[in-house]
Design a protein around this ligand. Sequence first.
Ligand code: AHR
Length: 493
Amino acid sequence: MKAKISVEKNNVIDKIDRRIYGSFIEHLGRAVYNGIYEPTHKCADELGFRRDVIDLVKSLNVPIVRYPGGNFVSGYNWEDGTGPRHLRPKKLELAWFSVETNEVGVDEFQEWAKRAGTDVMMAVNLGTRGPDEARALVEYCNLETDTYYANMRRKNGFDKPFGFKVWCLGNEMDGWWQICHKTAEEYGRAATEAAKVMKWVDPSIELVACGSADANMPTFGEWERTVLDHTYDYVDYLSLHCYFGNYDGDTKNFLARVEEMDRFIKTTSDICDEIKSKKNSDKTVNLSFDEWNVWYRTKDEEKKAEKWQYAPHLLEEKYNFEDAILVGCMLMSLQNNCDRVKIGCIAQLVNVIAPIMTEEGADAWVQTIFYPYFYASLYGNGKALKVGIDCPSYKSKEGWDVPYVYSSVIDNEESGELVLFLANRSLECDIELVLSVDGYESLTPIEHIMLYHDDLNAQNTKDVQNVKPKNVKIDSLNATLKKHSWNMIRLKY
Ligand code: AHR
């Protein structure tokens, strides 16, 4: 089988906003406690953060991390996580039925973020709380005024403001499972009033309104329209979330689901533009895809787990090789839609549906999905080019025509490289790549990285890296994409 990939130097989608390579850490399971934070670990720094985890996060060059939730944020009192640690309250946490000790809060997390070389994307509680606490948190984090909350931060040892730029107005408020779930009308009003006062406190912040919890929500579409009708003038982004799973073992169909992600993005950006023209607005609301990943094996685990544990083992999805191919495709989708998607957060980063795993008292290790994330973040920078794909296709369960090859191509003018990301979704055939480029004088191969395993179910463990990238010999522009593989090809111009 052959696949022709065509790109033209001048046919640019947009410059990639590096924040599409963001991630997410929620107070959930062992993401924070015994994840990024384990004060008794041999690698712990003076604040209790694991240096080995920080090093892995740094290796991914993560630009932004959403915090502290997720569902958690809808019941969170941010003040509980500030001030002297011995005075912090231990509370029942109702999103995941755990105990929250508040040993880590915004003060510590912003320190962790600095150490990990990333920015914080802060979320406010619009479930049990509202505009008052949200504006107080913006003052606490971002202001230099001689006023109560800014002074409270100083008293807690932080003279300089944290300077958080991007803020989420709650989380998945359309979901019945959310603490204090709201109708679109209720959320639209609450988000507008919170947004107003938050921006009055700090006009430089950017705000993300909640879109649907996923494209299959019964209210998808209407939710977005109603929420934007209220919030359009006050917000900068609308959120999208989606998690895929191979529930019936049909891998070809599973790998086709990235097409659904593309359609989800298109429909949502069309709705943003529909409200833009309805309001006759000059402003474009862009998209924040602030939760995405493969997640199905450990769904609803919290319902079966023993309640009120500290740092329980929850949502510790063990990723296999086929998951890594789909995650690689989802990253390509974010790149191909970079004209509208400005922020993306793989959910999550450590232990909870995560590329990075920790063992208490032992070493950290990486799951299969770590690798496509690593290469996309390191090499997927520059301008995304419109990709023409000419290759045989198969039918997805929805009856869509799905080309066997899924791809994105990035022109990195700084390094003078054309970077191709490619997945071969055929389970039987290798595919010969035929590259047609316009506007580049000469191209010479730098490297071809391939993620491949014979067994689609192969997993990494704390002891063995079964699935890891290999360098494939490449001397010309002709490359072979092995059956069911993820690939990155770098070319110098
Ligand atoms: O990422 C895990 C959970 O998935 C988040 O808390 C929630 O926002 C989503 O439903």
